[in-house]
Design a protein around this ligand. Structure first.
Ligand code: UN1
Length: 510
């Protein structure tokens, strides 16, 4: 279903200008050579500066110097900064969501949801600021004590992606700042306004609680200018979200200088639908995960592995639901599928569909560009459902667009093998009412992904659990339980109060 309500030229820019103003973004940062465009219409929303390699270098220097004082501030006091940031994010949720909507093309409830995810991680980080605990261990020697203590790590470089332009920054930054680190942020080039709005609120929070201004330099730098973040020895941790290709460039360079990398790279997420599944529930889970955010989440459902006995029926029902999905400007009420981020994303989607057909696939729903006359500079597509005879090469790739490939299986072992039979390992799901199947899917021999769900889709994780994945997804974990440890360094302390000097392992010396 289409809705033709593309906003009139200038409407989005006016909304964005009002939001930037309300967020307190410095006007001096709203002019320059960089064009900020909206995928909703293709129009230019605003201009920003473009930072050079020298600017990035200077930002790292500021962050490195500020670290020397911030690391000595007690962690619960550091937590007060994040508490205030969370309050400001709550107060300005609508304004920031307007920027997310305009620059990413998300529907309102998803844009608000992204800001909520920032507020949630702030809550978690504030609590964590009183729980950066180490263990105390029994020593093998009398009168000795072993302890592990956690200390601030240093400068963290955050490289974030276009599709979650603010939440993923917050996952890293809320924890990194309570851990005593400072953060240099290189946002996606398509989301500079989101970054400016987010940064302005953090700056306001810092000023109000008396935290130093140099804690969180923002660099509006392209890939080339941003290279120092990867290569500079002063950046202790590089947390990067994006494609596998990007991760392949970043990881070896950070490793070459023995820096730490936290990588959140591509996913190629599958859901298994077993014969016992509640198909109404599965259908809703599938459609949100596959078509939501126009298929542009790293957790988007890209592969559906359906028991042969129910495949025809389920595919029919998905196709019928897709027919009725309102596609159009995400600012129009009722729309569920907004635009792709760029022409390149559209080209990639078309190319994947062609390859799928060449590899024996059949497009059973969607796949076409729509609203091209109403919005020639924007790229709206119908989410596609493609039946495939096997897990061919195109199915093994992550195409960042709404395409779900349907494969069939006969035995549950086969389904698990298909789930695990790709190079990525982010998210996965099984829809079943069979307890044994559910448990097998979650067991050591089951899904090999960082996220494995039962009777819920692959996307839309909460921040309480660790987020990330295995294999080409990069192995990093952000948000959730113990990911704070990624932002700290650990020291093991042996303390001798015995007045003697017994050596470990019974060694005898002077
Ligand atoms: C991403 O797409 O990079 O689980 C992050 C989800 C969201 C985060 C997605 N909470 O879908």
């Amino acid at each position: 279903a289409l809705t033709g309500t593309i906003p009139a030229a200038g409407t989005l820019a006016a909304d964005v200008a009002a939001a930037l103003d309300a967020l307190g973004v410095d006007k001096a940062l709203l002019s320059g050579a960089h064009e900020c465009r909206s995928p909703i219409t293709g129009e230019v929303l605003a201009h920003t500066p473009e930072h050079t390699a020298a600017d990035v270098e200077a930002a790292i220097t500021t962050a490195a110097e500020t670290f020397l004082t911030w690391r000595d501030v007690p962690a619960p006091v550091r937590g007060q900064l994040i508490k205030r940031w969370g309050e400001l994010l709550t107060e300005h949720k609508e304004h920031l969501a307007t920027l997310v909507q305009a620059e990413v093309g998300k529907i309102r409830s998803e844009a608000l949801g992204e800001v909520q995810e920032m507020i949630d991680i702030c809550d978690l980080a504030v609590g964590q600021s009183r729980q950066l605990f180490g263990k105390t261990l029994p020593s093998e020697r009398p009168g000795h004590r072993l302890a592990e203590t956690w200390h601030p790590l240093g400068v963290v470089g955050v490289i974030s992606a276009f599709n979650f332009p603010v939440a993923v920054y917050a996952w890293n930054t809320a924890l990194a700042l309570v851990c005593g680190d400072t953060v240099v942020w290189k946002p996606a080039e398509t989301a500079y306004l989101c970054a400016l709005g987010t940064d302005a609120l953090l700056a306001k929070a810092a000023a109000e609680v008396g935290a130093p201004a140099g804690l969180h330099p923002l660099v509006l730098a392209d890939r080339v200018a941003g290279q120092a973040l990867v290569d500079d020895e002063r950046v202790a941790l590089v947390s990067a979200t994006g494609s596998v290709r990007m991760g392949r460039e970043v990881a070896p360079r950070v490793a070459a200088r023995f820096g730490r990398a936290l990588l959140e790279l591509g996913g190629n997420n599958a859901a298994i639908v077993a014969p016992s599944a509640d198909l109404d529930l599965a259908l809703r889970g599938i459609v949100f995960a596959a078509a939501g955010t126009a298929g542009q989440r790293c957790t988007t459902l890209r592969r559906l592995i359906v028991h042969r006995s129910i495949a025809d029926d389920l595919v029919k029902r998905i196709a019928a639901t897709y027919e009725g999905l309102p596609i159009g400007s995400p600012t129009a009420p009722g729309v569920l599928v907004g635009p792709l981020v760029s022409q390149a994303a559209y080209a990639a989607q078309q190319d994947a569909l062609e390859q799928a057909v060449a590899q024996g696939g059949e497009v059973v729903a969607g796949g076409k560009r729509v609203l091209a006359d109403e919005a020639p500079g924007a790229f709206y597509v119908e989410p596609a459902v493609v039946r495939m005879p096997a897990q061919t090469s195109v199915v093994q790739e992550e195409t960042f667009a709404p395409i779900v490939y349907v494969l069939t299986y006969d035995t549950f072992d086969e389904a698990i093998a298909l789930n695990n039979g790709v190079r990525q390992g982010l998210s996965s799901a099984v829809f079943t009412r069979d307890l044994e199947e559910a448990e097998r899917f979650l067991s050591a021999g089951g899904s090999d992904c960082g996220i494995a769900n039962v009777n819920i889709g692959t996307s839309g994780a909460e921040i309480g659990g660790a987020f990330g994945g295995e294999k080409e997804t990069g192995g990093g974990r952000e948000s959730g339980t113990d990911s704070w440890q990624a932002y700290m360094r650990r020291a093991t302390n042996t303390v001798n109060a015995s007045g003697q000097l017994p050596l470990a392992q019974g060694v005898e010396f002077v």
